[in-house]
Write a protein that binds this ligand. Structure first.
Ligand code: SAH
Ligand code: SF4
Length: 366
Protein backbone atom coordinates (compact mmCIF):
# COMPACT_ATOMS: atom_id res chain seq x y z
CA UNK A 1 0.00 0.00 0.00
CA UNK A 2 1.20 3.53 -0.76
CA UNK A 3 2.23 5.39 2.38
CA UNK A 4 1.41 9.04 1.77
CA UNK A 5 3.99 10.13 4.36
CA UNK A 6 6.68 9.23 1.83
CA UNK A 7 5.80 12.15 -0.46
CA UNK A 8 6.74 15.81 -0.42
CA UNK A 9 4.19 18.24 -1.84
CA UNK A 10 5.33 18.21 -5.51
CA UNK A 11 5.47 14.40 -5.48
CA UNK A 12 2.02 14.22 -3.95
CA UNK A 13 0.68 16.67 -6.55
CA UNK A 14 2.15 14.51 -9.31
CA UNK A 15 0.56 11.43 -7.78
CA UNK A 16 -2.85 13.14 -7.61
CA UNK A 17 -2.48 14.25 -11.23
CA UNK A 18 -1.84 10.63 -12.22
CA UNK A 19 -5.08 9.70 -10.45
CA UNK A 20 -6.94 12.34 -12.44
CA UNK A 21 -7.31 14.55 -9.38
CA UNK A 22 -6.54 18.25 -9.02
CA UNK A 23 -2.97 18.94 -7.85
CA UNK A 24 -4.18 21.35 -5.11
CA UNK A 25 -5.37 18.27 -3.23
CA UNK A 26 -1.71 17.78 -2.36
CA UNK A 27 -1.69 21.01 -0.39
CA UNK A 28 -4.82 20.04 1.50
CA UNK A 29 -3.48 16.63 2.32
CA UNK A 30 -0.09 17.98 3.45
CA UNK A 31 -1.89 20.29 5.85
CA UNK A 32 -4.01 17.51 7.33
CA UNK A 33 -1.20 14.99 7.62
CA UNK A 34 1.60 17.20 8.79
CA UNK A 35 0.32 20.51 10.08
CA UNK A 36 -2.68 19.15 11.95
CA UNK A 37 -1.44 15.59 12.53
CA UNK A 38 -4.77 14.16 11.29
CA UNK A 39 -4.24 10.70 9.83
CA UNK A 40 -7.85 9.55 9.58
CA UNK A 41 -9.20 10.33 6.09
CA UNK A 42 -12.75 10.62 7.47
CA UNK A 43 -11.78 13.77 9.36
CA UNK A 44 -10.41 15.57 6.28
CA UNK A 45 -13.56 17.58 5.81
CA UNK A 46 -12.52 19.74 2.83
CA UNK A 47 -11.78 16.66 0.70
CA UNK A 48 -14.76 15.21 -1.21
CA UNK A 49 -16.18 12.01 0.25
CA UNK A 50 -15.51 9.90 -2.85
CA UNK A 51 -11.89 10.92 -2.85
CA UNK A 52 -11.59 10.22 0.88
CA UNK A 53 -12.94 6.74 0.28
CA UNK A 54 -10.56 6.16 -2.60
CA UNK A 55 -7.62 7.30 -0.46
CA UNK A 56 -8.69 5.07 2.39
CA UNK A 57 -8.93 2.11 0.02
CA UNK A 58 -5.65 2.56 -1.82
CA UNK A 59 -3.31 4.42 0.49
CA UNK A 60 -2.33 4.73 4.11
CA UNK A 61 -0.78 7.30 6.43
CA UNK A 62 1.43 5.07 8.49
CA UNK A 63 3.86 6.17 11.18
CA UNK A 64 6.52 3.83 12.50
CA UNK A 65 5.62 2.47 15.95
CA UNK A 66 6.91 3.81 19.24
CA UNK A 67 8.46 1.06 21.34
CA UNK A 68 9.59 3.14 24.28
CA UNK A 69 9.51 6.74 25.43
CA UNK A 70 11.87 7.86 28.17
CA UNK A 71 12.18 11.19 29.98
CA UNK A 72 15.46 12.33 31.50
CA UNK A 73 15.58 14.26 34.74
CA UNK A 74 16.74 17.30 32.72
CA UNK A 75 13.59 17.15 30.55
CA UNK A 76 15.28 15.54 27.54
CA UNK A 77 13.09 12.86 25.93
CA UNK A 78 14.01 9.86 23.88
CA UNK A 79 11.85 7.66 21.70
CA UNK A 80 12.84 4.21 20.59
CA UNK A 81 11.05 3.78 17.28
CA UNK A 82 10.57 0.44 15.58
CA UNK A 83 11.06 0.51 11.85
CA UNK A 84 10.57 -3.20 11.18
CA UNK A 85 10.68 -6.34 13.28
CA UNK A 86 14.47 -6.44 13.53
CA UNK A 87 15.46 -2.79 13.80
CA UNK A 88 14.75 0.34 15.77
CA UNK A 89 16.16 3.84 15.82
CA UNK A 90 16.23 6.67 18.33
CA UNK A 91 14.98 10.25 18.33
CA UNK A 92 15.75 12.83 21.02
CA UNK A 93 13.99 16.06 22.07
CA UNK A 94 16.06 18.65 23.89
CA UNK A 95 14.05 21.49 25.50
CA UNK A 96 15.83 24.79 26.13
CA UNK A 97 14.56 28.17 27.29
CA UNK A 98 14.39 29.71 23.84
CA UNK A 99 13.91 26.66 21.61
CA UNK A 100 13.00 23.00 21.39
CA UNK A 101 15.34 20.87 19.30
CA UNK A 102 14.60 17.46 17.85
CA UNK A 103 17.54 15.24 16.95
CA UNK A 104 16.50 12.92 14.12
CA UNK A 105 18.04 9.67 12.83
CA UNK A 106 18.58 8.99 9.14
CA UNK A 107 19.75 5.37 9.00
CA UNK A 108 19.55 2.15 10.99
CA UNK A 109 23.14 2.13 12.21
CA UNK A 110 25.84 3.74 10.11
CA UNK A 111 28.11 2.36 7.43
CA UNK A 112 30.94 4.74 8.33
CA UNK A 113 33.18 3.66 11.12
CA UNK A 114 34.09 6.65 13.24
CA UNK A 115 35.91 5.00 16.10
CA UNK A 116 34.41 7.09 18.93
CA UNK A 117 30.75 6.66 17.90
CA UNK A 118 28.43 4.07 19.33
CA UNK A 119 26.22 4.06 16.21
CA UNK A 120 29.27 3.46 14.02
CA UNK A 121 30.32 0.61 16.27
CA UNK A 122 27.02 -1.15 15.76
CA UNK A 123 27.30 -1.58 12.03
CA UNK A 124 24.66 -0.81 9.45
CA UNK A 125 21.37 -2.28 8.35
CA UNK A 126 19.54 0.08 5.99
CA UNK A 127 18.48 3.59 5.07
CA UNK A 128 15.33 5.00 6.63
CA UNK A 129 12.44 5.81 4.31
CA UNK A 130 11.00 9.34 4.07
CA UNK A 131 8.04 8.33 6.24
CA UNK A 132 10.40 6.95 8.89
CA UNK A 133 12.40 10.18 8.92
CA UNK A 134 9.53 12.67 8.89
CA UNK A 135 7.60 10.25 11.12
CA UNK A 136 10.07 10.99 13.94
CA UNK A 137 9.00 14.65 13.86
CA UNK A 138 5.33 13.68 13.72
CA UNK A 139 5.68 11.25 16.63
CA UNK A 140 7.59 13.72 18.80
CA UNK A 141 5.11 16.50 18.04
CA UNK A 142 2.12 14.33 18.84
CA UNK A 143 3.60 13.06 22.06
CA UNK A 144 4.79 16.47 23.30
CA UNK A 145 1.42 18.06 22.55
CA UNK A 146 -0.21 15.68 25.01
CA UNK A 147 2.08 16.72 27.85
CA UNK A 148 0.81 18.98 30.62
CA UNK A 149 2.20 22.44 29.98
CA UNK A 150 2.25 21.91 26.24
CA UNK A 151 -1.32 20.67 25.83
CA UNK A 152 -2.80 24.17 26.02
CA UNK A 153 -0.53 25.59 23.31
CA UNK A 154 -2.31 26.89 20.21
CA UNK A 155 -1.80 24.57 17.21
CA UNK A 156 0.26 27.16 15.34
CA UNK A 157 2.75 27.59 18.17
CA UNK A 158 5.74 25.30 17.80
CA UNK A 159 7.12 23.08 20.52
CA UNK A 160 9.79 21.81 18.15
CA UNK A 161 11.40 24.91 16.67
CA UNK A 162 14.66 23.32 15.50
CA UNK A 163 15.65 20.05 13.88
CA UNK A 164 19.15 18.63 13.81
CA UNK A 165 19.96 15.68 11.57
CA UNK A 166 22.42 14.38 14.17
CA UNK A 167 20.90 11.12 15.35
CA UNK A 168 21.87 7.67 14.13
CA UNK A 169 23.38 7.47 10.67
CA UNK A 170 25.08 9.65 8.10
CA UNK A 171 22.30 11.76 6.54
CA UNK A 172 24.13 12.44 3.30
CA UNK A 173 24.55 8.70 2.74
CA UNK A 174 20.74 8.51 2.55
CA UNK A 175 20.56 11.55 0.33
CA UNK A 176 17.24 11.34 -1.51
CA UNK A 177 15.12 10.36 1.47
CA UNK A 178 16.75 12.89 3.79
CA UNK A 179 16.30 15.72 1.27
CA UNK A 180 12.64 14.85 0.69
CA UNK A 181 12.01 14.68 4.45
CA UNK A 182 13.72 18.04 4.98
CA UNK A 183 11.62 19.57 2.20
CA UNK A 184 8.54 18.48 4.16
CA UNK A 185 10.01 20.06 7.32
CA UNK A 186 10.44 23.35 5.46
CA UNK A 187 7.08 23.28 3.63
CA UNK A 188 4.69 25.96 4.95
CA UNK A 189 1.78 23.57 4.55
CA UNK A 190 3.58 20.97 6.64
CA UNK A 191 5.96 21.97 9.47
CA UNK A 192 7.07 25.35 8.11
CA UNK A 193 10.46 25.31 9.80
CA UNK A 194 13.01 27.94 8.84
CA UNK A 195 16.03 26.74 6.82
CA UNK A 196 18.21 28.33 9.44
CA UNK A 197 16.66 26.10 12.09
CA UNK A 198 17.16 22.82 10.26
CA UNK A 199 20.76 21.65 10.58
CA UNK A 200 22.31 18.73 8.78
CA UNK A 201 25.42 17.23 10.32
CA UNK A 202 27.80 15.30 8.10
CA UNK A 203 31.11 13.56 8.55
CA UNK A 204 32.08 15.16 5.24
CA UNK A 205 30.70 13.44 2.12
CA UNK A 206 32.00 16.08 -0.27
CA UNK A 207 30.03 15.30 -3.48
CA UNK A 208 26.75 15.11 -1.53
CA UNK A 209 27.52 18.45 0.15
CA UNK A 210 27.73 19.99 -3.31
CA UNK A 211 24.37 18.49 -4.26
CA UNK A 212 22.73 19.60 -1.03
CA UNK A 213 23.54 23.25 -1.54
CA UNK A 214 21.55 23.15 -4.79
CA UNK A 215 18.69 20.86 -3.74
CA UNK A 216 17.94 21.88 -0.17
CA UNK A 217 20.34 24.33 1.47
CA UNK A 218 19.94 24.16 5.25
CA UNK A 219 22.33 25.05 8.06
CA UNK A 220 25.42 22.86 7.91
CA UNK A 221 27.44 21.21 10.66
CA UNK A 222 30.56 19.26 9.79
CA UNK A 223 32.04 16.66 12.12
CA UNK A 224 35.69 17.62 12.04
CA UNK A 225 37.16 16.06 15.19
CA UNK A 226 40.79 16.29 14.04
CA UNK A 227 43.02 19.12 12.76
CA UNK A 228 45.18 17.02 10.41
CA UNK A 229 44.69 14.18 7.94
CA UNK A 230 46.88 11.69 9.81
CA UNK A 231 44.64 11.77 12.88
CA UNK A 232 41.36 12.23 11.02
CA UNK A 233 42.12 9.22 8.81
CA UNK A 234 42.05 7.13 11.98
CA UNK A 235 39.08 8.52 13.90
CA UNK A 236 36.85 9.54 10.94
CA UNK A 237 37.93 7.02 8.27
CA UNK A 238 35.87 8.64 5.48
CA UNK A 239 38.65 11.24 5.57
CA UNK A 240 40.81 8.89 3.49
CA UNK A 241 38.33 9.38 0.67
CA UNK A 242 37.60 13.09 1.23
CA UNK A 243 40.63 14.62 2.94
CA UNK A 244 40.63 17.90 4.82
CA UNK A 245 41.72 20.11 1.94
CA UNK A 246 38.77 18.93 -0.17
CA UNK A 247 36.42 19.17 2.81
CA UNK A 248 37.39 22.79 3.56
CA UNK A 249 36.86 23.72 -0.11
CA UNK A 250 33.45 22.01 -0.08
CA UNK A 251 32.46 24.01 3.02
CA UNK A 252 33.25 27.25 1.23
CA UNK A 253 31.27 26.21 -1.84
CA UNK A 254 28.35 25.29 0.41
CA UNK A 255 28.39 28.72 2.03
CA UNK A 256 27.64 30.36 -1.32
CA UNK A 257 24.08 29.02 -1.01
CA UNK A 258 23.67 28.34 2.71
CA UNK A 259 21.00 30.08 4.83
CA UNK A 260 23.67 30.94 7.40
CA UNK A 261 27.00 32.56 6.68
CA UNK A 262 29.10 30.10 8.63
CA UNK A 263 29.64 26.36 8.99
CA UNK A 264 29.58 24.82 12.46
CA UNK A 265 32.51 22.53 13.05
CA UNK A 266 31.78 19.82 15.59
CA UNK A 267 34.76 18.58 17.51
CA UNK A 268 34.49 15.67 19.94
CA UNK A 269 37.05 16.12 22.70
CA UNK A 270 38.90 12.83 23.20
CA UNK A 271 41.28 12.70 26.14
CA UNK A 272 44.90 12.79 24.99
CA UNK A 273 43.95 12.16 21.35
CA UNK A 274 42.87 15.48 19.82
CA UNK A 275 42.62 17.92 22.74
CA UNK A 276 46.04 19.58 23.17
CA UNK A 277 47.01 23.21 22.59
CA UNK A 278 48.98 22.08 19.57
CA UNK A 279 45.84 20.52 18.07
CA UNK A 280 43.97 23.78 18.66
CA UNK A 281 46.69 25.73 16.88
CA UNK A 282 46.65 23.34 13.91
CA UNK A 283 42.89 23.72 13.80
CA UNK A 284 43.16 27.51 13.54
CA UNK A 285 45.45 27.13 10.53
CA UNK A 286 43.20 24.52 8.93
CA UNK A 287 40.03 26.61 8.97
CA UNK A 288 41.51 30.05 8.45
CA UNK A 289 39.76 30.52 5.09
CA UNK A 290 36.38 29.07 6.14
CA UNK A 291 33.82 31.27 7.96
CA UNK A 292 32.94 29.04 10.89
CA UNK A 293 32.00 28.49 14.51
CA UNK A 294 33.14 25.66 16.74
CA UNK A 295 31.05 23.37 18.83
CA UNK A 296 33.22 21.35 21.20
CA UNK A 297 31.51 18.15 22.30
CA UNK A 298 32.69 16.40 25.44
CA UNK A 299 33.08 12.75 24.47
CA UNK A 300 30.20 10.68 25.80
CA UNK A 301 31.51 7.29 26.79
CA UNK A 302 29.86 4.00 25.94
CA UNK A 303 30.96 0.49 26.95
CA UNK A 304 34.37 -0.54 25.57
CA UNK A 305 34.76 2.61 23.52
CA UNK A 306 38.47 2.75 24.27
CA UNK A 307 38.34 6.54 24.66
CA UNK A 308 38.15 8.87 27.61
CA UNK A 309 36.43 12.24 28.05
CA UNK A 310 38.84 15.17 27.94
CA UNK A 311 39.54 16.76 31.29
CA UNK A 312 37.47 19.90 31.81
CA UNK A 313 40.55 22.12 32.14
CA UNK A 314 41.87 20.81 28.81
CA UNK A 315 38.54 21.64 27.18
CA UNK A 316 38.71 25.15 28.66
CA UNK A 317 42.26 25.76 27.45
CA UNK A 318 41.41 24.41 23.99
CA UNK A 319 38.36 26.66 23.82
CA UNK A 320 40.36 29.70 24.98
CA UNK A 321 43.04 29.19 22.32
CA UNK A 322 40.33 29.18 19.62
CA UNK A 323 38.53 32.16 21.15
CA UNK A 324 41.71 34.19 21.39
CA UNK A 325 42.17 33.59 17.67
CA UNK A 326 38.76 35.24 17.16
CA UNK A 327 36.47 32.22 16.77
CA UNK A 328 33.05 31.80 18.30
CA UNK A 329 33.20 28.61 20.35
CA UNK A 330 30.51 26.81 22.31
CA UNK A 331 30.97 23.77 24.49
CA UNK A 332 28.00 21.48 24.10
CA UNK A 333 26.19 20.73 27.32
CA UNK A 334 25.61 17.05 27.71
CA UNK A 335 21.90 16.36 27.96
CA UNK A 336 19.91 13.25 28.71
CA UNK A 337 22.89 11.17 29.81
CA UNK A 338 20.79 9.22 32.34
CA UNK A 339 18.65 7.81 29.51
CA UNK A 340 21.58 7.30 27.08
CA UNK A 341 20.29 10.12 24.89
CA UNK A 342 23.51 12.15 24.68
CA UNK A 343 25.50 12.63 21.47
CA UNK A 344 27.07 9.45 20.26
CA UNK A 345 25.08 7.28 22.65
CA UNK A 346 22.17 6.51 20.35
CA UNK A 347 22.11 2.81 19.77
CA UNK A 348 18.58 1.73 18.88
CA UNK A 349 18.55 -1.86 17.75
CA UNK A 350 20.51 -2.68 14.63
CA UNK A 351 20.54 -6.02 12.90
CA UNK A 352 24.03 -5.50 11.60
CA UNK A 353 24.72 -6.51 8.02
CA UNK A 354 28.35 -5.47 8.04
CA UNK A 355 29.54 -7.98 10.69
CA UNK A 356 31.27 -5.04 12.34
CA UNK A 357 29.45 -5.40 15.65
CA UNK A 358 30.48 -9.06 15.82
CA UNK A 359 34.08 -8.05 15.21
CA UNK A 360 33.97 -5.68 18.16
CA UNK A 361 32.31 -8.21 20.43
CA UNK A 362 35.09 -10.66 19.51
CA UNK A 363 37.77 -8.08 20.26
CA UNK A 364 36.14 -7.24 23.57
CA UNK A 365 36.05 -10.90 24.55
CA UNK A 366 39.83 -11.33 24.11
N1 SAH B 1 26.78 11.09 10.85
C1 SAH B 1 26.66 12.47 11.14
C2 SAH B 1 25.55 12.81 12.09
C3 SAH B 1 25.35 11.91 13.27
S1 SAH B 1 26.55 11.97 14.52
C4 SAH B 1 27.96 13.04 11.62
O1 SAH B 1 28.88 12.26 11.92
O2 SAH B 1 28.08 14.25 11.66
C5 SAH B 1 26.20 13.53 15.33
C6 SAH B 1 27.38 14.08 16.12
O3 SAH B 1 27.65 13.31 17.30
C7 SAH B 1 28.66 14.06 15.30
O4 SAH B 1 29.38 15.25 15.41
C8 SAH B 1 29.39 12.92 15.95
O5 SAH B 1 30.73 12.98 15.69
C9 SAH B 1 29.04 13.09 17.40
N2 SAH B 1 29.38 11.93 18.20
C10 SAH B 1 29.47 10.65 17.80
N3 SAH B 1 29.84 9.86 18.83
C11 SAH B 1 30.00 10.66 19.91
C12 SAH B 1 30.35 10.42 21.28
N4 SAH B 1 30.59 9.18 21.72
N5 SAH B 1 30.39 11.47 22.11
C13 SAH B 1 30.10 12.71 21.67
N6 SAH B 1 29.75 12.99 20.39
C14 SAH B 1 29.71 11.98 19.52
FE1 SF4 C 1 28.30 7.51 11.35
FE2 SF4 C 1 28.32 10.06 12.24
FE3 SF4 C 1 28.76 7.98 13.92
FE4 SF4 C 1 30.60 8.62 12.09
S1 SF4 C 1 29.90 9.90 13.83
S2 SF4 C 1 29.90 6.54 12.57
S3 SF4 C 1 29.33 9.25 10.38
S4 SF4 C 1 26.88 8.41 12.82
Amino acid sequence: MINLLNFNQPQLAAWFAEQGEKPFRAKQLMRWMHRFGVHDFEQMTDIAKVLREKLAGETEIALPNVQLEQVSNDGTRKWLIGTDTANSIETVFIPEDDRGTLCISSQVGCALECTFCSTGRQGFNRNLSVSEIIGQLAIANRSLRQEPGYDMLPADERIISNVVMMGMGEPLANYDNVVTAMQIMLDDNAYGLSRRRVTLSTSGLVPAMDRLKEDCPVALAVSLHAPNDALRDVIVPINKKYPLKDLMAACNRYLEKAPRDFVTFEYVMLDGINDTVEHAQQLIQLVKHVPCKFNLIPFNPFPNSGYGTSQPNHVRVFRDVLMQAGFVVTVRKTRGEDIDAACGQLAGKVLDKTKRSAKHIAIEAV
